[in-house]
Design a protein around this ligand. Sequence first.
Ligand SMILES: NC(=O)c1ccc[n+]([C@@H]2O[C@H](COP(=O)([O-])OP(=O)(O)OC[C@H]3O[C@@H](n4cnc5c(N)ncnc54)[C@H](OP(=O)(O)O)[C@@H]3O)[C@@H](O)[C@H]2O)c1
Length: 330
Amino acid sequence: MKAAYINQTGGSEVIQFGDLPDPKPGRRQCLIKVAAVDVNPIDVYIRSGMIPAKLSFPWILGRDLAGSVLEIGPAVKRFKSGDRIWASNQGFEERPGTFAELAAVDEEWLHPIPANVSEQEVAALSLVGITAHLGLVRHAKLKAGETIFVNGGSGGVGSAVVQMAHILGARVITTAGTEQKLALCRELGADGAVNYKTQDVDAAIKEFAPKGVDIWWETLREPNFERTIPLLAMRGRMIVMAGRDARPTFPVGPFYVKDCSVHGFAMFNATAREQRAAASDINQWLSEGKLKARIDRVLPLAQAAEAHRLQEASTINKSGALAGKIVLTI
Ligand SMILES: NC(=O)c1ccc[n+]([C@@H]2O[C@H](COP(=O)([O-])OP(=O)(O)OC[C@H]3O[C@@H](n4cnc5c(N)ncnc54)[C@H](OP(=O)(O)O)[C@@H]3O)[C@@H](O)[C@H]2O)c1
């Protein structure tokens, strides 16, 4: 099979595209013919060596996939050959990556693709959609009528959080770096959208929620508690999920007197069962047209190195080049 893989960590130029042996499905695995995958910042961290990961070379990149079942192992119960499926949280622990024509995936990580949803759409929403759902439902316990501020609403995670918070009945205010991206955030359901480059974001949050926001979702890798805590409401919750190197100061006094809480999480720690609960809502909202993938561009898998270069420039070097996900087709 053709695959995008690395034999060492390093810059995007270490990514190779070529032939690797076809995988065989194990007892509880489905062999998937992959149609679409997407790029996530974590792919960049792993490929570059920014975060330590146990890699056996050649290491196939990628966390998410969408495609169809070619063959099933003898103990597979939920799927049959020909079923359209998607998966996330691969390329981690003992599970191989997804940037390949074929992938053998344990059925517990597979989700059906609704009839009216495309492989590209669901691939673009898989990891970021599960992340948004886990954060809002499991960690922040968002309730209808609450207010949420999403810092970075045009990004992969942010655009999913804005949409899901809106679907769940929250009032949403968010930020983006250009007028075009602000318009996009409003289309996704944001009630307020503020340009973080040209406007006073904190003043806009105070106007939107004079008593503070119930939830602050930070997508940036540099959380700033000195700024956030005064803008949280009584019993406000803050979600932090990025910035492994971040070591901000934490003002305890103004935090505890408002009964606030901080929730950190990484989606890859969620079990297959927890991820299936999120996937089920994602599938329903996708099929109802309430949730839409934000796809910035679609490239062939052979251009995986270029896709990584763009993602790295956008997320880490803040080039602003992307407004949503890069999808790669096979
Ligand atoms: N914990 C987890 O489970 C988990 C899961 C997924 C991702 N993550 C992490 O979450 C982070 C975001 O991921 P992503 O896929 O959403 O990245 P992304 O698509 O690159 O989005 C980054 C966002 O940050 C915005 N931004 C940049 N500078 C800003 C500023 N000064 N103020 C406000 N917004 C600003 C960008 O807005 P503009 O483009 O409009 O400038 C963009 O919307 C990454 O670090 C990733 O590793 C964690």
